[in-house]
Design a protein around this ligand. Sequence first.
Ligand code: GLU
Length: 447
Amino acid sequence: MNRLDPALTPLYELVLQRNPGETEFHQAVLEVMDSLGAVVRKHPDYADARVIARLCEPERQIIFRVPWVDDKGRIEIHRGFRVEFNSALGPYKGGIRFHPSVLLGTVKFLGFEQIFKNALTGLPIGGAKGGSDFDPKGRSDMEIMRFCQSFMTELYRHIGEYTDVPAGDIGVGGREIGYLFGQYKRITNRYESAVLTGKGIGWGGSQVRREATGYGLVYFVEEMLKTKGGSFDGQRVVVSGSGNVATYAIEKVHQLGGTVVACSDSSGYVVDENGIDLDLLKEIKEVRRGRISEYAQQRAATFVGDGSIWDVPCKVALPCATQNEMDEAAALTLIRNGCIAVGEGANMPVVPEAVKALRDAGVLFAPGKAANAGGVATSALEMQQNASRDSWSFEFTEGRLAEIMKGIHERCASTAEEYDVPGNYVLGANAAAFVQVADAMIAQGVI
Ligand code: GLU
């Protein structure tokens, strides 16, 4: 990480002071500010309007109790969050994460990232994120339903098609969105389709939303590889994770002629030299909600319970599990093994020292806020379909997604060139998104 521009240092210090202990949020802010030195030198009016200081303070933060009753009749208490970060470009938009690691700082980091990601899509959506420290692992279907109903019983008063539109994230998929939507509808007596995205296809959901984050990531990385005359065709690829993003990244890599030889979950990773069998992976993860070790029991594959998936040699690495999953040592191993490109499918999975090591070694690096924007972009397409009471075909929607991802790649690449750092997608993404949001904030006055 470079030294921060002196004009930005006091702002960063204020963020540290105001948000004590929220290390993930500090990391996300520092990474953006690190790119903005060049922008404020070129456009001093952004500093005068105190737009960066305003951007670092969420417009609204909601914290609430989520009480519910488990299958044994015991009362459980969790904490719910919604951080409505910035609405300069449109209604707040961003997912909800159910995971025991979720703290206010986690939701703030994710919400902050979402502002820039959503701006890059070119669609009219502001940035937000929500979640709870509830752990869905091992819970029955009825427990999940009761938890979602209790969560929405508070959240409903804060959201709406023109206010804030949540979706899924880690631990929140189609099943949870269904229960959340049902409870919203019951409380409000409104079939307000566009209040949530990631809905089922038969009741207001969009084709390709499920696949969108993973597919979009692979489209973005394919564009990045093309700048060096390459492609996924014939490449050996490692994808961490085995959730929604990872599954559909693997599917698209295989469609483009690459082979994904490893994927993981929190218990370990599997290596399958013949390429991950997606039908089996989907059956284990989406249907049985089982562990990745079951994959190795049914295929000629190896399960590794301890160690790092990044030890598996590959040309392209796609971290699709969670934040800070790839450290500097992992990046150095990838470089030694001849990796040429890394694309973030998760939000902030690569630690800053690892990003630096990759970039110094000439490895192409796609930051999550650009590369994984396909999910939220398709959510915005779902909102468009809901607003016009229409539903589009898979082919048409996938075409829109592909175009959007190409557009994001082009915007990041040309902005990096404008700032004389060609190929620096981190700076390209941060600067392009910042300028768009900052201009809208200035136009809308001090609010
Ligand atoms: N949680 C996803 C993300 O990180 C999707 C958000 C959405 O669709 O609103 O972008």
